[in-house]
Write a protein that binds this ligand. Structure first.
Ligand code: 4NP
Length: 148
């Protein structure tokens, strides 16, 4: 799960997906394309909306996406087109590129709808982001759980 800062959207996506799969069989992680917040906890507003839905994000620490993530993960879900461009820039070959997609495309194939960055908005943006990610992760989890 990849966003820009790895403090708002992707930490929520990480914990939502983890809650829907068997964590001994599926490794879930998140990262940011930037280094702006490396080492920091998720944004307080993401921690709070996660807690409201029974998820604990407080152990997470932001890190930057790196090329070796293409070797560690089979699927790389990004939140918006800017994240997509930044991740694909680091791809070494077509196989790397094929692993990357906007997370909304699991529900709306090919439409490239963004999960809007809630960082500069109000708290309701975080609840909306939660609902979008929860819907998408439900579909991702069904796919992963069927593949096992
Ligand atoms: P995120 O949100 O990409 O969902 O973690 C942001 C967090 C921080 C910044 C931008 C987006 N920032 O510019 O510091």
């Amino acid at each position: 799960m990849v966003c820009l800062g790895n403090i708002c959207r992707s930490p929520l996506a990480e914990e939502i997906l983890r809650s829907k799969v068997n964590p001994t069989e599926v490794e879930v992680d998140s990262a940011g394309t930037s280094d702006y917040h490396v080492g920091e906890k998720p944004d307080r507003r993401s921690i709070d909306v996660g807690k409201k839905h029974g998820l604990d994000l407080s152990f997470q620490r932001a890190r930057q996406f790196q090329t070796s993530d293409f070797d560690r993960f089979d699927f790389i879900y990004v939140m918006d087109s800017q994240n997509y461009q930044n991740v694909v820039k680091l791809a070494r070959n077509e196989a790397d590129t094929q692993k990357v997609d906007l997370i909304s495309n699991v529900l709306h194939p090919g439409q490239n709808r963004p999960v809007p960055d809630p960082y500069y908005g109000g708290d309701d943006g975080f609840e909306r982001v939660f609902q979008m990610l929860d819907n998408a992760c439900e579909t991702i989890a069904e796919k992963l759980n069927n593949d096992e």
